[in-house]
Design a protein around this ligand. Structure first.
Ligand code: X2X
Length: 333
């Protein structure tokens, strides 16, 4: 039985028949890679920013997001954004510090005690200092850092109560010289692994422990391969939203303005998402079987001080950066 289309329908349908059914390609197509699962607030908010940019540029700019290590690990994406293979990447400060050492300044052990201190420093003199250093390696860092969170330690073995429990602990850390140095100073045996390898390395007991903010533990389901979580708050970690310098400078000024506003607004919204998430994430992880214990930060701080960790990193970062940090958090070394 042939369905007879009404004349009007056929007329309307004719021009479409044979026409390539593809959307018009945007004039400016930009790629953004990151290392987090789609459900993390970083991906929710960056998609929102991409949609806002497409709208405000009337479709001239399309940002294609490649989440969850689709383009490779942090090390791969860092070299891709440097070469211009991708335009945007959001490395943790710990990770971009492999290229810009001073970027790890916010990750000095036990430096920050709360978010007021964090944002005063990172939206203020410490962040400005790091952004300048990032620009020196021909990358552009947007003003507003995105929040990873205060890092906590988890283990598959006995809980970590104080610094003495770190002896010999096989703990995974990001690809980060400061993280390696810090956990060695605590007498642990740190191993740098890409985030994409963390779950399997814990599952196969290549390492027995890892450290990450609770929202990351939740979204990467690390509670399935870890038993206990020591609330250590040992590092506050953030993501710099960075662009390839040449690609950024090559954008028309009106597009730069729209992109920067959307990305910075999304970064601030993402911070609030993490703040809200932090109110419920521990209870959720407990319901999934992860046990929690408090720790005494002074035992860890004393160990870091006695081992010379603070003095060593004060020298590595230099007086200017270190004074900016201590100006925000008080005396450390
Ligand atoms: O790799 C990690 O541990 C993570 C996800 O926190 C970072 O991006 C540094």
């Amino acid at each position: 039985r042939r369905t007879i289309l009404r004349g009007a329908t056929i007329g309307a349908a004719l021009p479409l028949i044979g026409a390539p059914l593809v959307a018009r390609a945007a004039e400016i197509e930009l790629k953004y890679g990151n290392n987090l699962p789609l459900s993390h607030p970083l991906n929710i908010r960056s998609q929102e920013a991409a949609d806002r940019i497409a709208k405000e540029t009337n479709g001239r700019v399309e940002i294609k997001i490649f989440p969850n290590n689709q383009l490779g690990g942090d090390t791969d994406m860092l070299s891709q954004v440097r070469s211009g293979g991708i335009t945007f990447f959001t490395p943790s400060a710990l990770v971009i510090a492999t290229l810009v050492p001073v970027a790890a300044i916010n990750a000095v052990g036990f430096a920050f005690s709360d978010y007021d201190q964090v944002w005063k420093a990172m939206d203020g003199p410490v962040g400005a200092h790091v952004r300048q250093a990032i620009e020196k390696v021909n990358l552009y860092a947007f003003e507003k850092m995105w929040d990873n969170g205060f890092r906590q330690m988890t283990t598959s073995g006995r809980p970590i109560e104080s610094a003495k429990d770190m002896a010999g602990l096989k703990i995974r850390v990001p690809v980060s010289p400061l993280s390696i140095a810090m956990f060695k100073a605590l007498d642990a045996s740190p191993a740098s692994l890409q985030f994409s390898e963390v779950y399997s390395s814990l599952q196969t007991k290549i390492v027995d422990a890892q450290e990450n903010p609770l929202p990351i533990i939740q979204v990467a389901k690390l509670y399935e391969v870890q038993k206990s979580c020591a609330v250590s708050n040992h590092i506050w970690d953030g993501f710099w939203f960075i662009a390839n310098g040449r690609a950024w400078r090559g954008l028309p000024p009106d597009v730069q303005k729209i992109v920067a506003a959307a990305i910075n607004d999304a970064g601030v919204a993402q911070r609030n998402d993490i703040k809200k998430l932090n109110e419920t994430v521990q209870a959720d992880l407990q319901s999934k079987g992860l046990t929690f214990n408090k720790t005494d930060p002074n035992s860890f701080r004393a160990k870091l001080r006695d081992s010379g960790f603070y003095k060593d990193w004060q020298e590595r970062f230099g007086k200017e950066a270190w004074d900016l940090l201590e100006g925000s958090v008080g005396k450390l070394a």
